[in-house]
Design a protein around this ligand. Sequence first.
Ligand code: G3H
Ligand code: ZN
Length: 283
Amino acid sequence: PLVSMTEFLPQAKANKFAVGQFNMNNLEFAQAITEAAMEEKSPFIFGVSEGALKYMGIEYTVAIAEAAAKKSGLPIALHLDHGSSFEVAMKCIRAGFSSVMFDGSHYGLEENIELTKQVVKAARAMGVSVEGELGTIGGVEDDISVDEEHASLAKPEEAIRFYEETGVDCLAIAVGTAHGMYKGEPKIHYDIIQKVSDAIPVPVVLHGGSGVPDEAIRLSIAAGVGKINVNTENQVACTNAIREVLSGNASVYDPRKYLVPARSAMKAVVQEKIRLFGSSNQA
Ligand code: G3H
Ligand code: ZN
């Protein structure tokens, strides 16, 4: 069965590795992620954004994730990514999600704390884990778009207070990464990660994991990141593989001819990330 993130995040924090959240956008994503994790014997998180949920349908989403858990025997959490309301979080929990993120980062601190608390209270009663977010992460993901001047780093004191009042299971804080691919190298504020991580018992979450150099990922984990989200790199690998097949052969009509290479390309991305995050053999 699908598990709460509390099944593996405490070990990640204690043993200084990170569990990957790989976003699921369709069946091939789910298969690629699961196969990579099976080879690495790694726990992982299926991230599902509200956009992806709309695209796949909630019933298919849960069924695919449950099939992956059954087939792999791995600890897999099915996690709502950037949930925008209490209602959508509850809808996901009712449908079978084992974890939810409530992203109240566009509210003021007090309101974010209040709303996140409500989600934690309801989710905890059902054994479902919760991620909160503080500060504004730049870039574009589905319907959420934040330009650079509106991206703002999290303040450590606020993040610590946010944790103490909400009791979330992990905390996403804006530390300089952005959603989507980067134009230059991201400037990650390791000092913010370290300060927050040292003061709270749960791991810090790094969003916008795509395109972050390996060394920056290692330093982030050393500073206290225990969950890393990756979506765009898989989307790029998928689309590039499909484009390569189609541009080389105008007579292809069987989708499997381009989806098989697309799936292999994503599997390779995920396997590399799992090794980099240090979660191999932690299942
Ligand atoms: O919430 C999802 C992640 O933060 C995805 O970020 O698309 O830059 O990998 P990414
Ligand atoms: Zn994100």
